[in-house]
Design a protein around this ligand. Structure first.
Ligand SMILES: *[C@@H]1O[C@H](CO)[C@@H](O)[C@H](O)[C@H]1NC(C)=O
Ligand SMILES: *[C@@H]1O[C@H](CO)[C@@H](O)[C@H](O)[C@H]1NC(C)=O
Ligand SMILES: *[C@@H]1O[C@H](CO)[C@@H](O)[C@H](O)[C@H]1NC(C)=O
Length: 218
């Protein structure tokens, strides 16, 4: 009896193993596209609210890992073999959550860009909520590749423990430019135009896209 249930349990466990979703192939769920497009609408006004309403050359202090550009994405994809898109998407949410918080923190209550930024943050949170709902919880508990985990740890470090050399100064506009460009790259299924198949991940990624050339012939 005991043995039977053990083997049933074992079989169940094995089945579970095979039933795990094919992580690597994870596509952006369609439900993500509505909140991301809403976010995209907000971001289209970023020049006005993140540049014109700030002093010339105004910068804020961010962790160097919060400078998250297209070039970072292509570098990570080259560094980590078989890197799951979901991991990059999680990182994108983590980075930009911190950036929005930092931008809001420097704005006085009556700053003319405050309502804009608050709405941007609200829309970002909506998108994050849909993102978290779209996958089973286990997907978010998966171990991250070492280099990504390292970045993650830096992003969540107590600010007073961050060494001086890790800080960078960046303008709010440039941070939101990165925010927007990397969103188009990482969630390209939501932004692909049918006419010109634009490669949102940019030149450096399209070079990597010709993966055939890099792989050993089989
Ligand atoms: C995203 O916003 C840009 C303007 O910044 C606009 O041209 C583009 O059509 C928008 N994309 C989608 C899918 O809404
Ligand atoms: C802003 O930065 C540019 C380039 O670094 C510099 O030429 C310009 O003088 C700066 N403007 C002000 C008002 O500090
Ligand atoms: C992106 O690359 C820059 C160097 O170009 C680096 O300082 C930064 O930490 C990288 N960001 C992430 C998230 O890895």
């Amino acid at each position: 009896m005991v043995q039977l249930s053990t083997s049933v349990g074992l079989l169940g466990g094995l089945l579970g193993l095979f039933l795990l979703p094919p992580v690597q192939m994870a596509q952006t769920p369609a439900s993500m596209c509505t909140p991301l497009k809403t976010l995209n609408d907000s971001l289209s006004h970023r020049r006005r609210y993140m540049k014109h309403n700030f002093p010339i050359n105004y910068t804020i202090r961010v962790h160097h890992n919060e400078v998250f550009r297209l070039s970072n994405i292509s570098r990570m994809r080259l560094q980590v073999e078989g890197l799951d898109e979901l991991v990059l998407q999680r990182l994108w949410f983590q980075v930009n959550q911190g950036i929005l918080k930092k931008i809001i923190r420097v704005m006085p209550l009556r700053h003319p860009s405050r309502p804009y930024t608050a709405e941007l943050e609200r829309r970002f949170r909506d998108a994050e909520g849909v993102f978290v709902q779209a996958y089973p919880a286990e997907m978010f508990q998966q171990e991250l590749p070492d280099t990504i985990q390292e970045t993650w740890d830096h992003l969540t470090e107590e600010p007073d423990r961050v060494p001086e050399s890790s800080w960078r100064f960046a303008s709010p506009k440039s941070l939101l430019d990165n925010f927007c460009h990397t969103m188009h790259c990482l969630f390209s299924e939501c932004f692909a135009s049918t006419e010109a198949q634009q490669d949102y991940c940019g030149v450096s990624y399209s070079r990597k896209g010709r993966k055939k050339d890099l792989q050993p012939k089989s």
